[in-house]
Design a protein around this ligand. Structure first.
Ligand SMILES: [Zn+2]
Length: 468
C-alpha cells in the first residue's frame, strides 16, 4: 500500500471512531502533525515536496487512531446505560456487553493513564510530564488524560475533598497507596479496590488490579506491549507449529525463573540465534544505570529477583514473592554483562508467573501426570491430560475485578473439558470471601474456582480415582 492510501485508510478509521467524517486538517490535529507537513506526506512520490513517513511517525499515527477508537468504544452509550450488578448474572451470555457506572468508567480511564505513564517513564526512559502532548513526543498528557484528571478534580471538590488531581506526579505518588485513602469519594468498593494500590510501591509498576481495570480502556502502553509480543510470536511462526509451542513454553518458563541473567545463563538456552537475540535485546536490559557506585547486589533466594529497599524496608522486588515468602537473600558481586528483565516482562510474565511455575512444580512433585506448562502457546497456564483439565492461575488483588473479567471471558480456558480458576492461598487467607465473591460476580457455572491447595487436593483425588 502506498503512503497516500495508508493515510487515507487511517483517516477513514479515525472518522469511524469519531462517528463523523473528518477533514485532512482535523486528521492532522488529532495526530499532532502540522497540516502543512501532512500535505507533504500526502503528495505523490514523484513530487519534489514529497516527504516519507518515518517508522516512528507511522507508529504514532497508529497509536493515536487506536487510542481514539478505544476511547470511543469505552464511552459508547451501551456501556453507560446501566449499573454494574453485584449479583450473579445467572444465564447471561459469557460475551454479553458489560455495563458500568460513571465512577467505574472513570476508574478504568485513571488506570489506563497510570499504565501508559508507567510504560513510558519506566520502560522507555522518558519522564512523566504535565505539559501538553506535542507531535513526535510521548512526554505530555493526552487530551483524554487531562479530561480524566479534571473529572476526578471536580468529583473530589464536590465531595468537599482537596483537589489532588491537578498534578500528575502527585497522582502517580498517591496511586502507590491504597485506593481507599485517596479515592474514597468514588464507588471503589464495587470493584473491591479499597485496600489496593494501583501502582506497586516496590517496583513502581501497575498492579494486576490496575492492569485489569486498564484493559477495559485500551491504552498506548498495552499497544506497545502487544507489539513486542506480536514480534516475538512472529519469530516463532517461522518454526513448525509443535516446535514453536515448545520454544514459547521454554522461553517463558526460563524468563520467569530468571528475572536476572548473565550471558552464560542465556547461552544455556541453546535457541536459534534469532530467538536468543530477541530475548537478549527485548526481554532483558542492562543492569546498571540506577545502581552506579554499587558493586554488590542482593538476590532473592526464592525467585532470583533483586532484593531492594522500598517504602516498607528491604524486600524482594517481586511482589508475589515478597507477600508469600520470608526474606532470604544472598549478597554477591555484580557480574559482567548482568541483565535484568525489562519492566514490561516483569509485569506481564514474571509477576503472574511466580505463582504459575510454583503450582506447576508442586503438582509435578505430588505426582500428577501429563502436566504441561503454558500449553499451545499460552492457551492457559497449566494443562493436565491434554484438553481434559485447564488451570488458569489468577493473582488479582480484587476478587470483584476478577469476577467481572471472568464474566466477560475465560479466554483459552474455554477449550478444556474441566476448567479451574486457581487463586494463590495468600489471597484467600487475606480475604476469606475471595472465592465466593469471584463465583458470584462471574456468574459462571462452567468453571471451578479454587485456591492453590484446593486445586492440588482436587487433582490428587482425581488421580487416586483414576481421573488424571
Ligand atoms: Zn523473591
Amino acid at each position: 500500500m502506498d503512503q497516500y492510501s495508508w493515510l487515507v485508510r487511517k483517516k477513514a478509521e479515525l472518522s469511524a471512531a469519531l462517528g463523523k467524517p473528518v477533514t485532512w486538517d482535523d486528521f492532522a490535529r488529532h495526530i499532532d502533525i502540522e497540516p502543512r507537513a501532512l500535505k507533504n506526506y500526502r503528495l505523490p512520490e514523484s513530487s519534489s515536496n514529497h516527504r516519507t513517513l518515518s517508522k516512528t511517525i507511522r507508529g504514532l499515527i497508529e497509536l493515536r487512531v487506536e487510542i481514539q477508537s478505544a476511547a470511543s468504544q469505552s464511552t459508547s452509550p451501551k456501556q453507560h446505560d446501566g449499573q454494574l450488578s453485584s449479583h450473579p448474572s445467572g444465564g447471561k451470555e459469557a460475551n454479553a456487553p458489560l455495563s458500568f457506572n460513571g465512577d467505574q468508567l472513570l476508574l478504568f480511564r485513571l488506570a489506563g493513564l497510570l499504565v501508559r505513564h508507567c510504560a513510558f517513564t519506566l520502560e522507555a526512559d522518558t519522564v512523566v510530564s504535565g505539559i501538553s502532548n506535542f507531535a513526535g513526543s510521548n512526554l505530555g498528557l493526552l487530551g483524554e488524560e487531562r479530561r480524566t484528571l479534571s473529572e476526578l478534580s471536580r468529583l473530589a471538590l464536590r465531595s468537599g475533598r482537596p483537589d489532588v488531581f491537578a498534578e500528575i506526579h502527585q497522582v502517580v505518588y498517591l496511586a502507590t497507596t491504597p485506593c481507599g485513602q485517596w479515592l474514597d469519594f468514588m464507588d471503589i468498593n464495587s470493584l473491591g479496590l479499597g485496600d489496593l494500590p494501583l501502582i506497586d510501591p516496590q517496583t513502581m509498576t501497575p498492579t494486576e488490579a490496575c492492569s485489569a481495570l486498564a484493559s477495559n480502556c485500551k491504552d498506548a502502553s498495552t499497544l506497545y506491549e502487544e507489539a513486542l509480543f506480536r514480534e516475538f510470536l512472529g519469530i516463532l511462526e517461522e518454526f513448525p507449529r509443535k516446535k514453536s509451542h515448545m520454544i514459547y513454553t521454554k522461553v517463558r518458563e526460563f524468563v520467569i525463573r530468571h528475572p536476572m541473567v548473565t550471558p552464560i545463563d542465556l547461552n544455556k538456552l541453546s535457541f536459534a540465534p534469532k530467538v536468543a537475540n530477541f530475548i537478549h535485546d527485548h526481554f532483558y536490559e542492562p543492569y546498571c544505570s540506577d545502581h552506579v557506585g554499587s558493586q554488590t547486589i542482593k538476590i532473592c533466594n526464592h525467585c532470583g529477583s533483586e532484593v531492594k529497599s522500598g517504602p516498607y524496608g528491604l524486600a524482594c522486588s517481586l511482589r508475589a514473592c515478597a507477600e508469600s515468602q520470608s526474606e532470604s537473600y544472598n549478597e554477591t558481586d555484580v557480574k559482567d554483562g548482568l541483565r535484568r528483565a525489562s519492566l514490561g516482562i516483569q509485569r506481564f510474565w514474571i509477576n503472574p508467573g511466580f505463582d504459575e511455575v510454583r503450582l506447576f512444580d508442586a503438582l509435578k512433585e505430588a505426582g500428577v501426570d501429563q502436566l504441561e506448562l503454558f500449553p499451545e502457546r499460552d492457551m492457559t497456564d497449566i494443562s493436565v491430560g491434554g484438553y481434559e483439565i485447564g488451570i488458569d492461575l489468577k493473582s488479582h488483588g480484587s476478587p470483584e475485578v476478577l469476577g467481572h473479567a471472568l464474566k466477560d471471558s475465560i479466554k483459552g480456558l474455554s477449550g478444556f473439558k474441566s476448567k479451574i480458576i486457581c487463586i494463590p492461598d495468600r489471597l484467600v487467607r487475606r480475604n476469606e470471601g475471595y472465592l465466593q465473591t469471584v463465583k458470584e460476580i462471574s456468574g459462571r457455572r462452567d468453571i471451578l474456582v479454587m485456591s492453590v491447595s484446593q486445586t492440588k487436593h482436587h487433582l490428587l483425588e482425581l488421580r487416586a480415582g483414576g481421573g488424571c
